[in-house]
Design a binder for this molecule. Structure first.
Ligand SMILES: NC(=O)c1ccc[n+]([C@@H]2O[C@H](COP(=O)([O-])OP(=O)(O)OC[C@H]3O[C@@H](n4cnc5c(N)ncnc54)[C@H](O)[C@@H]3O)[C@@H](O)[C@H]2O)c1
Ligand SMILES: O=C(O)[C@H]1O[C@H](OP(=O)(O)OP(=O)(O)OC[C@H]2O[C@@H](n3ccc(=O)[nH]c3=O)[C@H](O)[C@@H]2O)[C@H](O)[C@@H](O)[C@@H]1O
Length: 332
């Protein structure tokens, strides 16, 4: 008898069950992907997204310096997933097609990690993506920042290790590309926030949300008029994957152009989470960039990417996660 959808066999034949090999650890998938720093904040969200595709086999290399196995607990034991405790300042030999290089030890060893991952990419012919940073623009003299801007970085300042470490990492990427033909991708990530951020790592969004939930004053570092542009983590992951799978080396800015002063951010968090909390002005660290906002024309045109989640929609998603981890239920 004919089925309503026109498929004569639909009732008679159940869909074929996949071969047991599909579930064996020896199953060969189409793409083997290494994520260094995959136990961290952005890395673990990237792993979640990559694992959604049944053709991907994902290997995470992480030394848990700032990341945690907890971020990956749903994948541990999965046949397409492997977790290696490894410090990227030591060479790593694995057969992979793509490398997302996120592991970022406290610079300057950042450079050694990138050199090792480039060595791996060269050896196995993998495409490698570096998560660089908007910090390469330093305290920028042009606004918004576009990729052609060379930046204004203090080479001997307190934050130079990170900024200059990433700048050297970008240089190495291009040298390997030119000299050895390695396929490279460079993302310049602007401030990213979302669930699984480290609660006490001192970044502004995590600080303010944790402070509001703990009923502690929100510490705005002077003068408070400095600006940042905050990208929700799912948008970031989407941008990184589009960059990896597209045809452009970059560098490409990936960030949300919505720009806020730190006072505005504090007011947003206060209004959303704890209207009674105090906002307190505290001392800042030297060389804090006064303004930051990505020009994302390149990402829009070359990757067909733009962020979807506004700060006012992203903050509540992060609040939920922080409430759970800090043990502060909503009715308190
Ligand atoms: N979050 C942001 O706003 C932001 C902005 C710009 C650039 N980035 C870049 O994005 C990447 C990921 O950042 P994140 O916010 O997820 O940070 P994160 O600290 O949560 O993640 C970094 C991960 O790398 C691991 N790691 C550190 N040193 C390592 C080493 N030597 N060997 C192996 N693993 C090591 C850590 O354990 C952690 O899991 C970094 O490269 C960072 O510089 C992040
Ligand atoms: O996006 C980037 O490229 C970089 O962003 C951040 O660097 P930064 O912008 O300094 O981020 P925060 O430490 O979160 O500080 C942002 C602003 O908030 C201010 N701040 C921070 C913490 C706080 O409690 N109060 C506060 O007002 C800081 O003075 C600064 O102006 C990250 O720390 C880097 O890893 C990342 O590479």
């Amino acid at each position: 008898m004919a089925q309503p959808n026109g498929d004569h066999n639909a009732a008679a034949k159940p869909p074929p069950t996949p071969s047991p090999l599909r579930f064996s650890k020896f199953f060969q998938s189409n793409m083997r992907i290494l994520v260094t720093g995959g136990a961290g904040f952005i890395g673990s969200h990237l792993v979640d997204k990559l694992m959604e595709n049944e053709k991907n086999e994902v290997i995470v290399a992480d030394n848990y310096f700032t990341g945690s196995k907890d971020n990956l607990k749903k994948w541990i034991g999965h046949p397409r997933f492997e977790l290696i405790r490894h410090d990227v300042t030591e060479p790593l030999l694995v057969e992979v097609d793509q490398i997302y290089h996120l592991a970022c030890p406290a610079s300057p060893t950042n450079v050694i990690g990138t050199l090792n991952m480039l060595g791996l990419a060269k050896r196995v012919g993998a495409r490698i993506l570096l998560t660089s940073t908007s910090e390469v623009y330093g305290d920028p003299l042009i606004h918004p920042q576009e990729e052609s801007y060379w930046g204004n970085v203090n080479p001997i300042g307190v934050r130079s290790c990170y900024d200059e470490g990433k700048r050297v990492a970008e240089t190495l990427m291009f040298d390997y590309h030119r000299q050895h033909g390695i396929e490279i991708r460079i993302a310049r990530i602007f401030n990213t926030y979302g669930p699984r951020m480290n609660i006490d790592d001192g970044r502004v969004v995590s600080n303010f949300i944790a402070q509001a939930l703990r009923n502690e004053p929100l510490t705005v570092q002077a003068p408070g008029t400095q600006t940042r542009s905050f990208c929700y983590v799912s948008d970031m992951v989407d941008g990184l994957m589009k960059l990896m799978n597209g045809e452009n080396t970059g560098p490409i800015n990936i960030g949300n152009p919505g720009e806020f002063t730190m006072i505005e951010l504090a007011e947003n968090v206060k209004e959303l989470i704890n209207p009674k909390v105090e906002i307190k002005m505290v001392e800042n660290t030297p060389d804090d960039p006064r303004q930051r906002k990505p020009n994302i024309t390149k990402a829009r045109e070359l990757l067909k990417w733009e962020p979807k989640i506004k700060l006012k929609d992203g903050l509540p998603l992060m609040e939920e996660d922080f409430r759970l981890r800090l043990g502060v239920p909503r009715n308190n």
